[in-house]
Ligand binder design. Structure first.
Ligand code: FES
Length: 87
């Protein structure tokens, strides 16, 4: 179990955060400089379009930027993406 944008989600061990975000119906991980939503593109750690902010349960006062496609789920993890932008 982890939280994605303050919503609890059941996950499977070994899944990446990118998988969790896409399966939860979200597509945007971050916003680019123009404010356009960006989501997982390469899914292999190259493009950095999947950057999300996480709070690890062991370090509750630290917000860490990670690549969602390269980070596996961890119980108690709090994940924050850019909120979906309405056109
Ligand atoms: S999707 Fe390209 S770095 Fe994660």
């Amino acid at each position: 179990m982890l939280t994605l944008n303050d919503k609890e989600i059941s996950v499977f061990e070994g899944e990446t955060l990118a998988t969790v975000i896409l399966l939860s119906g979200g597509t945007a991980c971050k916003l680019d400089k123009a404010g356009s939503p960006r989501g997982p593109f390469c899914n292999m750690g190259v493009c950095y379009d999947c950057i999300v902010t996480v709070i690890e349960p062991d370090f509750p006062n630290q917000r860490i930027k990670v690549r969602a496609c390269m980070t596996t789920v961890k119980a108690g993890l709090c994940v924050f993406t850019a909120q979906e932008v309405s056109p």
